[in-house]
Design a binder for this molecule. Structure first.
Ligand SMILES: O=C(CO)[C@H](O)[C@H](O)COP(=O)(O)O
Length: 233
């Protein structure tokens, strides 16, 4: 089974949790897009759901494939969000934001009764941090914000490059909300909860890619098929 087949496997398993009439948060990224494709087939077959997309990119795909969309303000409480992740630890804490949609993804996940993460098994880690942590920052005062993030990292014993995300043409990457992303290569993050809380206390930080206590289930696909992971207490 290649990487795409594993993503499809996880997405197909997640679809079994979708019921008629659900208000769905719809994630961003290549795995979430496989979910959208499968969902669209079910919608074409008569399934009725309303989706809230977590990015403009996901919105475009949903519209193209006929999945009915609403804004989060129209549907402020959702039944279920299905989204991918960059890293997943045994407590189902996540790093997200590789695709740059972390702010909307977190708002949508927090507005949902349940969040199911779909991924291939390469995303499972013992400790978060090998994947650079995306930190979404306001362009205003970005240098001061960077200094504050560096100072926080040093207090927590973390070090590593903070790279302002760029596009392939070397221009600055802007999120759907008009913010910048600092990708923090901290390496192993021993206390993700403390880092998450303290990043939120820096005024220029809009949001970060640590998703804590949001995922209720992960569906992980490997060569042998998909398995379900629940948070380890
Ligand atoms: O957080 C995300 C986007 O902001 C994605 O869910 C994450 O990057 C995983 O993407 P993929 O399924 O392509 O590996």
């Amino acid at each position: 089974m290649d990487a795409r087949e594993m993503k499809i496997k996880a997405a197909a398993e997640a679809l079994t949790h979708v019921e008629d009439g659900m208000r769905l948060g719809i994630g961003t990224g290549s795995t979430a897009e496989e979910f959208v494709r499968l969902l669209a087939e079910r919608v074409a077959g008569g399934l009725k759901v309303e989706g809230v997309p977590t990015s403009e990119r996901t919105a475009r795909l949903c519209l193209e494939l006929g999945v009915q969309l609403r804004s989060l303000d129209e549907l402020p409480q959702l039944d279920l969000t299905i989204d991918g992740a960059d890293e997943i630890d045994p407590q189902l804490r996540l790093i997200k934001g590789g695709g740059g949609a972390l702010l909307r993804e977190k708002i949508v996940a927090a507005a949902s009764n349940r969040m199911i993460v779909i991924a291939d098994e390469t995303k499972i880690v013992d400790t978060l941090g090998a994947f650079p942590l995306p930190i979404e920052i306001n362009p205003f005062g970005q240098v001061s914000t960077r200094i504050a993030v560096e100072a926080l990292a040093s207090r927590l014993g973390l070090s590593g490059a903070l790279d302002l995300r760029k596009r392939s043409d070397d221009s600055l990457y802007m999120t759907d909300g008009g913010h910048l992303i600092l990708d923090a290569s901290f390496g192993r993050i021993p206390d993700a909860d403390a880092l998450a809380e303290q990043l939120n206390a820096i005024p220029g930080v809009v949001e970060h890619g640590l998703f804590i206590n949001l995922a209720s289930l992960a569906i992980i696909a490997g060569p042998a098929g998909a398995r379900v992971m629940e948070p380890k207490i």
